[in-house]
Design a binder for this molecule. Sequence first.
Ligand SMILES: *[C@@H]1O[C@H](CO)[C@@H](O)[C@H](O)[C@H]1NC(C)=O
Ligand SMILES: *[C@@H]1O[C@H](CO)[C@@H](O)[C@H](O)[C@H]1NC(C)=O
Ligand SMILES: *[C@@H]1O[C@H](CO)[C@@H](O)[C@H](O)[C@H]1NC(C)=O
Ligand SMILES: *[C@@H]1O[C@H](CO)[C@@H](O)[C@H](O)[C@H]1NC(C)=O
Ligand SMILES: *[C@@H]1O[C@H](CO)[C@@H](O)[C@H](O)[C@H]1NC(C)=O
Ligand SMILES: *[C@@H]1O[C@H](CO)[C@@H](O)[C@H](O)[C@H]1NC(C)=O
Ligand SMILES: *[C@@H]1O[C@H](CO)[C@@H](O)[C@H](O)[C@H]1NC(C)=O
Length: 581
Amino acid sequence: MFSHLVPLLTVVLATISSVSAVWPAPQSYSKGSSVLYLHQNIKITYNGAFLPYTYGYTAQGLSSKEIVQAAVSRALGSIFDDKFVPWMLKRRGELAKFEPDVYKGQRWLETLQIVQTTEDKSSAFKPLAGEVDESYNLTLGTEGEVKLTAVSAVGILRGLETFTQLFYQHSSGTFWYTPFAPVAIQDSPRFPHRGILFDTARHWFSIADIKRTIDAMAFSKLNRLHVHVTDSQSWPLVVPSLPELSEKGAYSPAQTYSPADIEGLQRYGAVRGVQVYLEIDMPGHIGVVAESHPELIVAYDAQPYYWWCAQPPCGAFKLNNTAVDSFLEKLFDDVLPRVAPYSAYFHTGGDELNANDSMLDEGIRSNDTEVLQPLLQKFIDAQHARVRKHGLTPMIWEEVPLHWNVTIGKDTVVQAWLGADSVKMLTGMGHKVIDSNYNFWYLDCGRGQWLTFENGEAWDEFFPFNDWCGPTKSWQLIYSYDPIANLTEEESKLVLGGEAAVWSETIDGATLDGIVWPRASVLGEALWSGRKDAAGQNRSQVEAAPRLAEFRERLVAKGIGAAVFWQEWCGQADGMFVCPG
Ligand SMILES: *[C@@H]1O[C@H](CO)[C@@H](O)[C@H](O)[C@H]1NC(C)=O
Ligand SMILES: *[C@@H]1O[C@H](CO)[C@@H](O)[C@H](O)[C@H]1NC(C)=O
Ligand SMILES: *[C@@H]1O[C@H](CO)[C@@H](O)[C@H](O)[C@H]1NC(C)=O
Ligand SMILES: *[C@@H]1O[C@H](CO)[C@@H](O)[C@H](O)[C@H]1NC(C)=O
Ligand SMILES: *[C@@H]1O[C@H](CO)[C@@H](O)[C@H](O)[C@H]1NC(C)=O
Ligand SMILES: *[C@@H]1O[C@H](CO)[C@@H](O)[C@H](O)[C@H]1NC(C)=O
Ligand SMILES: *[C@@H]1O[C@H](CO)[C@@H](O)[C@H](O)[C@H]1NC(C)=O
């Protein structure tokens, strides 16, 4: 389709030589135009000691050296394996102009010198926000020497991701080169918490799907995978002391996560600098527990659902019931010690609790918030005490402090989703916040209704069957959002970052990649590089688009089914042909 809104353009293409498309944008970056080739025999050192490059090496333990060695293996392996020949980024017939002549004066990268300036603390691979320094410096000299310096092993991981993005494969075969030497990069993240909320209850996802998501997160310098592991719809989490939960609550016996699965995912994340932490949402969003423990739950599958909850099937814990408390003691004593070695946080949910549910609770029979508030306070206090007892930091949804006026500890991280005003209020109250503003960062939105409507009144009311939070959040919209835009300096300091939400009502393993990528990478840049550039100006979509286009091609080359976001023609000529609007 053509657009009727194409203004006359100032044509800028002539002066653009070549985008060096690092995504997310480094804080400071300079490059030249000399060519260097990469060979599998490149000599690698880590803090002065020789580090062998073994193709496919994976870390067995969580030592810094193993993690760095595995990251080097992945980085070099991906340059050699991805076969990324960037024809789609050059104008027709112009790839040859961009590519160096492989038969003339090849200069090779000689050494990759990796220096980590401090020893990692024991919490390095399950840090609280801000506990690990992810900064790195990367230089490539024209004589073929590469130096990567970082304070932590995680910083080295981030620098290696950048390193891989400097290279292309030559169209004539097995040559890998960068045309950008000399390179000097200084880089560090703007926000320490850069994540994805991943819902495994509306749909179950295979371990392979989740690992692929972690891979793409690491490529994008995202560092937190928040697994919303249960909800009213299903309970895939195997809890050995309460086996009936998943036996009766999973969609099928195969659609579960064993303790070994969870530990495997957490370790897989940890070696990639991605902390995997769990949420068990409560006291609402937990109806499925009624499949095995009906005595603990009210309003499961109650009708019409909209009197009792936000979407079917409803269901909440009874708020004044000692059996619920004993159940949660057992649940937390089982789950928390197993996740604590690999995560700093545990999220106890707390969103969208509907006061009406307690009308159906024979122990309460009220929907009066004055009656319910003290019960909820007690409930939250008890669960957060359990989280802390196991050495974890509680996380919670914004409604608990803002709607219910429940007092929570200052250690607690509050996840906001209802907008910038919530972030302002929460930080104003002194709370640490991560932002998942649904108007910008909900990736599930804008893809149509999943509820179905009878002909007649309901049909008429809901035509043309949009979902609640459409339209789709385009990458440009995601990019435009600055979670600290209207905050004071004091308030801004309390914003730890944000998460893109992948609620999975209409997402499963078959459609996952194209919905999440590259839009979550755009959140990655908004949180790593920041909404504003070094000069304090808003970052430009027009500058970002060709870099994103290249990054998307790199994701696809690595087996991530990332979506296209413009027509192929725009991407050629480094995106600078005519597609700026
Ligand atoms: C990167 O270089 C800057 C400027 O020389 C220096 O201040 C900083 O400490 C370096 N960072 C690392 C991780 O080496
Ligand atoms: C609670 O239920 C009543 C009907 O009994 C309904 O009118 C009201 O909208 C419900 N409240 C909420 C918040 O859903
Ligand atoms: C909660 O339960 C206790 C003990 O059964 C009872 O005394 C109290 O009235 C209940 N609270 C409410 C608000 O129903
Ligand atoms: C409580 O229930 C009454 C009667 O059903 C309803 O009118 C009211 O909206 C409900 N309050 C809340 C907070 O849902
Ligand atoms: C929380 O406090 C606000 C402001 O004081 C009040 O409007 C609101 O009704 C309270 N909510 C509850 C659930 O008590
Ligand atoms: C900041 O405030 C302005 C003016 O009230 C508003 O238009 C804008 O949406 C706000 N931005 C954010 C990110 O809150
Ligand atoms: C920067 O972007 C924000 C939205 O993120 C917008 O409100 C503001 O007007 C922009 N500033 C300039 C100078 O374009």
